[in-house]
Design a protein around this ligand. Structure first.
Ligand code: FES
Length: 125
């Protein structure tokens, strides 16, 4: 079990590559965290069924910012089906672990991404 933030978490927190609003996104997904009340927004640019670009905005904590940045890294270039399969476990693994009381923060990004994909798919119907 990890009790404090590791190197990888701090790297993604201090210089997140994917943080920011996106102009003219193909879809947006928003999710609130029941435990802490924080909010996450994921923006997607989709081209030919693949995530061409992705970014996030959050009112969340250090763990939420680092998790979302890693989530974007994992999702970029993926098909929508592959993106929906990204779990918070994969995110935590890529971060080299999160303190257990912070694991709920990694659920936010993965959930908001799923919502964004679903929003996109429902618009296409
Ligand atoms: Fe709310 Fe981490 S404490 S997202």
């Amino acid at each position: 079990m990890v009790n404090k933030y590791g190197k990888e978490v701090m790297k993604h927190f201090t210089s997140p590559e994917f943080m920011g609003e996106m102009k003219n996104p193909s879809a947006v997904g928003e999710l609130g965290n029941m435990k802490c009340g924080d909010i996450m927004k994921i923006y997607l640019k989709i081209f030919e069924g693949k995530i061409e670009d992705i970014s996030f905005q959050t009112f969340g904590c250090v763990a939420a910012i680092a998790s979302s940045d890693v989530l974007c890294e994992l999702a970029k270039g993926k098909s929508l089906e592959e993106a929906k399969k990204i779990t918070n476990k994969m995110i935590i693994e890529k971060l080299g672990g999160l303190p257990s009381i912070k694991e709920h923060c990694s659920v936010l990004g993965a959930g908001a991404l799923k919502k964004a994909v679903e929003n996109y798919e429902s618009k296409k119907k």
